[in-house]
Design a protein around this ligand. Structure first.
Ligand code: SF4
Length: 363
């Protein structure tokens, strides 16, 4: 919008968005700046809202992004989901912490905010300090839509010495040159939508950027360059069976991810999976997002050929909870190949998420 606006309009527009933390009610949220560099995604996963919201990919000019980053308040940047506003408008406010499946990112952000907000003061300080004030979260759902552009942006980020988190498709992370550049430019953590370890499930999701044999290579590179991974998994795909979800859980539990999302798909309107479930009469509530006072992970929304509605709710919660059993958190810590400092940091984050999970609505 800014880029195409007449010059006279740009300054008031920029001023209108000048940084304000007032909406956070002075709570101690993560000191992080959110930057959006593009909208849309070149893939079309069946459960994702991206293609319904943004028909085409649009990019901001790189120099404009760099200028914005130079003026960020914090050292860290967080590249966050572009679809959060859409989802929040679409659903009632309870969904704020439940918008996991479309792109994972909103949930991560919501979790961190909620985590800090409800944590005892004594625990907030070490977490905040661990981050030192320079974070950016790039909000793009797929930061790597155009690799040449991404490389150019990363090269320009290097001298700014910022720290940031992004969401990337797993296929980018097998390129060691690329991951080296990510590290050099300040990447601390990557959000990856693995979704499933089952190839039939991936096919049913139309997740063509994923292939299970890439997972291990990508994770090896992340360990080598000491980059943390926030992993997203879904259950309840049209091809899932109880066994395939169990296999996906075992994969999730075999690596020390710093954070997890492992939930049933929410069939958002107009997505291919929603349309398919609707046409096959497998949706239990056609307009489920209009229901009041409902945690959508507590009630089944649909069933599939392989999983009954009542089983759907159970698996949706069960595996995420199991990932945070103490025995699993420590098992991952012991087996992890990250350097010791990173392993301890992830251990603390996992324990912290476990603590917050207990008091959240869906754990
Ligand atoms: S790759 Fe990610 S952002 Fe793109 S369509 Fe798939 S789930 Fe959505």
């Amino acid at each position: 919008m800014l880029d195409s606006a007449p010059l006279a309009l740009r300054v008031p527009l920029l001023q209108a968005r000048s940084h304000s933390d007032s909406i956070f009610n002075e709570k101690k949220y993560f000191p992080v700046d959110a930057i959006e560099t593009s909208r849309g995604c070149r893939f079309n996963c069946s459960f994702c809202t991206q293609r319904q919201v943004y028909k085409e990919i649009t990019y901001r000019p790189i120099d404009e992004i760099i200028d914005e980053i130079k003026n960020t308040k914090y050292k860290y940047i967080f590249i966050l989901s572009t679809d959060s506003d859409y989802l929040l408008n679409l659903c009632n406010k309870q969904v704020q912490y439940l918008t996991i499946s479309p792109a994972q990112s909103t949930s991560a952000w919501g979790h961190f905010r909620k985590m800090l907000d409800s944590a005892p003061l004594a625990l907030r300080v070490p977490l905040l300090q661990a981050r030192s004030h320079s974070d950016i979260f790039f909000t793009d759902d797929n930061f790597g839509n155009d690799k040449n552009r991404t490389n150019e942006l990363l090269e320009k980020l290097v001298p700014l010495k910022k720290k940031y988190m992004v969401h990337l498709s797993v296929n980018f992370l097998i390129d060691e040159e690329f991951i080296r550049l990510l590290k050099k430019s300040g990447c601390l953590a990557i959000g990856i939508g693995f979704e499933s370890i089952d190839s039939e499930s991936l096919k049913s999701l139309n997740k063509i950027c994923n292939s299970t044999d890439l997972y291990f290579r990508a994770l090896k590179n992340c360990v080598k360059y000491d980059i943390l991974v926030n992993a997203g998994f879904v259950s309840g795909t049209l091809a899932d069976t109880i066994e395939s979800v169990q296999k996906t859980f075992e994969f999730a539990n075999s690596f020390q991810f710093f954070s997890y999302n492992f939930f049933n798909i929410l069939p958002f309107p107009k997505t291919p999976i929603y349309n398919r479930l609707l046409s096959e009469n497998k949706l239990l509530y056609e307009r489920w997002w209009l229901m009041d006072n409902v945690n959508f992970y507590d009630i089944p929304l649909y069933y599939t050929d392989n999983i009954k509605a009542e089983e759907m709710t159970k698996i949706g919660k069960h595996y995420w909870q199991e990932l945070f059993y103490l025995k699993n958190i420590f098992k991952r810590f012991i087996l992890s190949e990250y350097r010791l400092k990173t392993r301890i940091f992830i251990l603390l984050i996992n324990l912290y998420l476990k603590y917050i999970g207990r008091s959240s609505t869906f754990m």
